[in-house]
Design a binder for this molecule. Structure first.
Ligand code: GTP
Ligand code: MG
Length: 175
């Protein structure tokens, strides 16, 4: 039968990880070398057809800058899926610390918000293999330990950008 579903999706993670770039790649099929840093959060919507169903994504692209972190719960409350994005080339230890902090918040949020919320970890900028600092193995292990989907992506080359959205589709089709 025909199903029309709405899916609220939120992207979280350190500044410069590529959250906006992933959303713009997914929604508009574009990539900008000089993507501006997000202020507060940006909203996008996109409708995807799968078999006889359509999924309307309502995407909140949050700001990674420290001063906006307190706003994050506003955006992930009620989300069907949260994607935590990190940069595989970043040496910034804060990135991992932040990732763990975000996950902590999301896990708490799951109990008071949507208990079915799906969480995914996306290691972005996989096109910069020669600058890689985070191995896929360590990230996958971390994801497995914490019940997260895991994928490596590139907003630049579009690698796995559709898989990110598929996570949400899978959940919604299950519900
Ligand atoms: P904030 O809004 O500050 O939280 O950052 P963000 O996570 O939205 O990062 P953004 O999308 O603005 O990307 C930061 C920079 O990384 C930009 O210059 C992008 O062009 C670049 N970038 C994003 N994704 C990729 C990617 O997959 N590969 C490469 N090579 N560069 C990328
Ligand atoms: Mg941004």
């Amino acid at each position: 039968g025909l199903n029309n579903l709405n899916a609220k999706l939120v992207l979280l993670g350190d500044m410069g990880a590529g959250k906006s770039s992933l959303v713009i790649r997914f929604v508009k099929g574009q990539f900008l070398e000089f993507q501006e840093s997000t202020i507060g959060a940006a909203f996008f919507s996109s409708t995807v057809s799968v078999n006889n169903s359509t999924v309307k994504f309502e995407i909140w692209d949050t700001a990674g800058q420290e001063r906006y972190h307190s706003l994050a719960p506003m955006y992930y409350r009620g989300a069907a899926a949260a994607i935590i994005v990190y940069d595989i080339t970043s040496t910034n230890n804060n990135q991992m610390g932040l990732m763990k902090a975000i996950l902590g918040f999301l896990l708490v949020g799951q109990y008071i918000g949507n208990p079915n919320m799906v969480m995914a970890l996306a290691g972005n900028k996989v096109d910069l293999e020669d600058k890689r600092k985070v191995t896929a193995e360590e990230a996958r292990l971390y994801a497995e330990e914490n019940g997260l989907f895991f994928m490596e992506t590139s907003a630049k080359t579009a690698v796995n950008v559709n898989d990110v959205s598929l996570v949400a589709i899978i959940v919604l089709c299950d519900n």
